[in-house]
Design a protein around this ligand. Structure first.
Ligand SMILES: Nc1ncnc2c1ncn2[C@@H]1O[C@H](COP(=O)(O)OP(=O)(O)O)[C@@H](O)[C@H]1O
Ligand SMILES: [Mg+2]
Length: 341
């Protein structure tokens, strides 16, 4: 024990023992719904990490479990039909599944913010943009109305809304879709969250506007060193934003890798199929796009083996009998597939 004052100053703060651990660590997350077709497993033993400053893209066709994954992290799965049955969601070393509702409310919108696809459903059409952005700042940060209003103007300028200060008095319907989504980003960032979950934030926008909005989102998360989970059904959109990609199919992660190897050398037939079905930004404009044949799996009647086997041209007998586990094939590249493609 030392009484040296500099040693006292350098004493680690509570919680910093876990500072090298990822900001978010999801382990075996399993979320089920009781439906009239029986119990379905929408998210099935999903595990991933996101570090501070990192962008994880979660990609997969509609119905693959992306939104249920993000709603589970936010603990917004509506009981009693929906339930998180298994797993851990460690955020800053704390299991969110063990927190009380009141503790979770403190984290939601504050430490973890969410941006949804349809900004119109999250914005109040009857209130000015300025009021809607300033209010949570005043509430959470104990600022005066004037200060909060100034912060709101700054935030809108940071998401590059032209003439931001003068647009505080306008209403959501006076904004374009892209501008409304920028307002949502500004609102999500207002409380300086450590983690932002953006669920198909630009799906309703045209490609150019999508890119502008994602550029702003990426730039601001980089500046604030916050983590970003970017959810999309479009593998093409996220290529330039993700550090790591997780591909979901039928409620499971079937492949995950750092973005470059995932795009350069996809190892799961489903990922290959997704790649062939999207236009490559760097590709030949006359390339032929090949959609994946067949339908996504019916979660109420999952096959015993690989969920993708019925659509997979590489499938062997084993694929239909046995479920392939997610296995490390080297350099942080994991795939759930028995076949080499
Ligand atoms: N509240 C709910 N009740 C019953 N089933 C649900 C509910 N929410 C989602 N699901 C089902 O869970 C599966 C995954 O949905 P979701 O995560 O929304 O997919 P996506 O990847 O398109 O975001 C789908 O089959 C969907 O029908
Ligand atoms: Mg969704």
């Amino acid at each position: 024990m030392t009484t040296n004052s500099s040693a006292t100053l350098e004493r680690p703060k509570a919680g910093s023992a876990t500072s090298s651990a990822p900001l978010l660590r999801v382990r075996d997350l399993t979320t089920r719904f009781r439906t009239d077709r029986g119990t379905i497993t929408s998210v099935d033993h999903v595990s991933f990490d996101v570090a501070a400053g990192e962008t994880l893209a979660i990609v997969g066709e509609s119905g693959s479990g992306k939104s249920v994954t993000s709603l589970s992290i936010m603990r917004l799965i509506a009981a009693p039909a929906g339930r998180i049955d298994e797993g851990e969601i460690l955020f800053e070393g704390q299991d969110l599944l063990k927190l009380s509702d009141a503790q979770m409310r403190q984290i939601r919108g504050n430490r973890i913010a969410m941006i949804f696809q349809e900004p119109m459903s999250s914005l109040n059409p009857g209130l000015t943009i300025g009021k809607q952005v300033a209010e949570p700042i005043q509430l959470h940060q104990g600022k005066t109305w004037k200060e909060a209003y100034q912060d709101a103007a700054e935030l809108l300028a940071r998401v590059r809304i032209p003439d931001a200060a003068n647009r505080l008095n306008t209403y959501p319907h006076q904004f374009s879709g892209g501008m409304r989504q920028r307002v949502m980003i500004a609102m999500a960032l207002a409380c300086r969250p450590r983690l932002i979950i953006a669920d198909e934030p630009t799906t309703a926008l045209d490609v150019t506007v999508q890119q502008q909005v994602l550029d702003v989102l990426k730039e601001l998360t980089r500046e604030t060193n916050s983590a970003l989970i970017l959810i999309t059904h479009d593998l093409g959109v996220v290529a330039r934003y993700a550090d790591r990609v997780a591909v979901m199919y039928g409620g499971r992660i079937v492949e995950t890798a750092p973005a470059l190897p995932l795009y350069g050398e996809p190892k799961h037939p489903y990922t290959l199929g997704l790649m062939a079905s999207i236009p490559r930004l760097d590709g030949d404009p006359h390339q032929r796009l090949v959609p994946i044949e067949g339908q996504p799996p019916d979660l109420s009647r999952m096959p015993p083996g690989c969920a993708f086997a019925p659509r997979c041209k590489y499938a062997i007998e084993r694929c239909r009998a046995e479920r392939p586990p997610l296995t490390d094939v080297g350099a942080g590249h994991l795939k759930a597939c028995f076949v080499e493609v």
